[in-house]
Design a protein around this ligand. Structure first.
Ligand code: NAD
Length: 366
């Protein structure tokens, strides 16, 4: 089981180090190899996704990714900016299915800006199509307007498009995921205004007929944004396009209080995946040893479950995270009165200790 470890920039190296520590105590035959990505790779090799890093990613079963980006790179030409590394990896590996769970841990109910009764027990899964839509559609660019409200004026344009196979494959992913949960899928679109999303709705409906045991409903994206804060527990699996998914998954992640807790997975059709925390590189706290490593540790758990077929090891990590939260340990982003504030490394150590004690218990029991 080969894992490419790409720490990246900002807090990336600090949080990935903790996830690696956790993976190393699992007693699994994991081969980990690191490479630079993002701004770190630009500094080292003049490109955010050097050929050697891409080759390592392609040759691995899974990628454990930290985060990329820093304000200091904002003046670089777009193709050299750190964020291009993540877009490049998605494109080259065909990572079309993005899984973003939003789970509210009981011990952190108070960290949410919503009322406890709205989010207690929350467990939703947003599945975002990741390689199509207006983010990649051609043509795009700037030109002089030939028509519209201001003919002759300078204008910019992008193209929203989805092909039938692109919609079908993400719909299958969503229905199959729902089968392992509470068998409900909400497909989010803007079919009332956009041709692309009327087509999306039609194709998802067709695919849904192959899953008669899964309940499908459709919702316009503006309503979905509202329902996510009004009654988030009404959702189970949400499937949507690239742009709507980008926005809704960030909204959903904040329901749970801290973005520092939320993992994500991006998979291709061979189950090869890129696993990363939902947050960015947090340059404001980089190097201070205060970042929350739990989203990255939970991303490693998703990696074991989805790409490496080690569901028991994934369960063990998730239980260890629950255990450290139950012990009252908190990084600054989730700290509240009556809990113990710890740094990045101490939080990683606590998860390792919880894992080791769960193993000892299992051994004694066995
Ligand atoms: P961000 O997610 O990095 O930070 C937003 C806020 O959340 C900051 O206050 C930060 O300190 C805090 N935060 C984030 N992760 C945390 C953690 N693990 N523990 C504690 N606090 C945490 O978003 P941003 O500030 O908008 O972007 C910073 C940089 O990250 C930019 O260069 C952006 O392009 C990049 N970015 C990268 C990715 C990625 O690598 N996939 C995703 C989003 C943003």
């Amino acid at each position: 089981m080969k894992i490419a470890v790409l720490p990246g920039d900002g807090i990336g190296p600090e949080i990935v180090a903790e996830a690696v520590k956790v993976l190393q105590v699992l007693d699994l035959p994991l081969e980990l190899e690191s490479a630079p990505v993002g701004g770190a790779a630009f500094e080292a090799a003049g490109h955010p996704l050097p050929d050697a890093t891409l080759a390592l990613a392609k040759a691995s079963d899974a990628i454990l990714f930290g985060a990329v980006g820093d304000w200091k790179y904002d003046t670089l030409d777009r193709p050299l900016r750190p964020e291009q590394a993540i877009l490049g990896l998605r494109k080259h590996l065909g990572l079309f299915a993005n899984f973003r769970p939003a789970i509210c841990y009981e011990q952190l109910v108070g960290a949410s800006s919503l009322k406890p009764e709205l989010i207690s027990g929350l467990d939703i899964l947003i599945i975002r199509e990741l390689t199509g839509d207006i983010y990649f559609g051609q043509p795009r660019g700037r030109r002089t307007a030939a028509d519209g409200h201001f003919p002759g004026a300078e204008e910019a344009f992008d193209t929203m498009r989805y092909s039938r196979p692109e919609i079908e494959r993400i719909a299958h992913v969503a229905f199959q995921a729902a089968r392992k949960r509470s068998k409900r899928v909400t497909s989010v679109d803007k079919a009332n205004v956009l041709e692309t999303f009327q087509f999306w709705k039609d194709v998802v409906t067709e695919v849904g007929r192959e899953y008669p045991d899964v309940e499908l409903d459709h919702m316009y994206v503006d309503n979905a944004a509202m329902q996510l804060v009004k009654a988030p527990k009404r959702f189970d699996v949400v499937v949507t396009g690239n742009m709507f998914g980008d926005i809704l998954s960030d909204e959903a992640s904040m329901l749970t209080g801290s973005i520092g807790m939320l993992p994500s997975a991006s998979l291709n059709d061979r189950n090869q995946g890129l696993y990363e925390p939902s947050h960015g590189s947090a340059p404001d706290i980089a190097g201070k040893g205060v970042a929350n490593p739990l989203a990255t540790i939970l991303s490693a758990a998703m990696m074991l479950r989805f790409s490496l077929q080690q569901p028991e090891a994934a369960d063990r990590i998730e239980s260890a995270v629950q255990a450290v939260l139950a012990q009252g340990l908190r990084t600054a982003d989730i700290h509240s009165e009556g809990t113990t504030r710890v740094g990045t490394r101490a939080m990683g150590d606590a998860v390792v200790a919880a894992l080791s004690s769960s193993k000892t218990k299992a051994t004694i029991k066995g």
